[in-house]
Design a protein around this ligand. Sequence first.
Ligand code: ADP
Ligand code: MG
Length: 219
Amino acid sequence: MLLALKDIRKSFQSAGAEVPVLGGVSLTLDTGETLALTGESGSGKSTLLHLIAGLDAPDAGAIVIDGTDITTLPDAARAELRRGSVGLVFQQFNLIPSLSIGANLSFQARLAGREDPGWTEELVARLGLSGLLHRYPEHLSGGQQQRVAIGRTLAARPKLVLADEPTGNLDEATGDAVIALMRDLVTQTGAGFLMVTHSNRLADRMARRVHLSAGRIAE
Ligand code: ADP
Ligand code: MG
């Protein structure tokens, strides 16, 4: 088991009141599995992904990644586990504007101490970025920038890939192609893939899907 969520609860304070968002979410993901998490806007999808990524802490429950409960880890150890094992792709591409595409691509792998030139070369070819390595992010289209962001994440070979509406900023045809490519590349690395989307069409491209509603998961 790569990821196990056990009865995750999370509320936010709003105007002095506790607003529950996650009311006991349990979920598992195996190595090599592709899972779509759907749900209405505001249902808590991004909140759940942030908790799994260790960017925020749940009020209760356990988040076990590769055998380690991250909720009981000190902050520094949690950050290290994230750097080493978890890859994130957001709707915003978050490329570093002052770095070339080539430097953006190898940035995370270098941070994680996991540079692998052969694998990076394969990613560049598969993602269609060969002619762009010396350019800068501002000169790329949205679809190209998102392919760089995906390449940057996968270059570090994370065991768990988390994506939050990764093609939300792209048109439908571009988004569909990017998702199919991303799913194939993640599967090739043997990682587990959890993708948040509100699109049923994109969710159908994953092997399994779950739905978040009223703070709980329905399979
Ligand atoms: P989704 O990604 O499914 O659209 P979110 O997880 O972003 O939903 O948000 C779920 C609910 O939690 C929303 O009502 C949102 O306003 C609230 N929320 C999310 N993050 C915070 C925060 N940091 N502080 C207060 N409320 C938040
Ligand atoms: Mg969201």
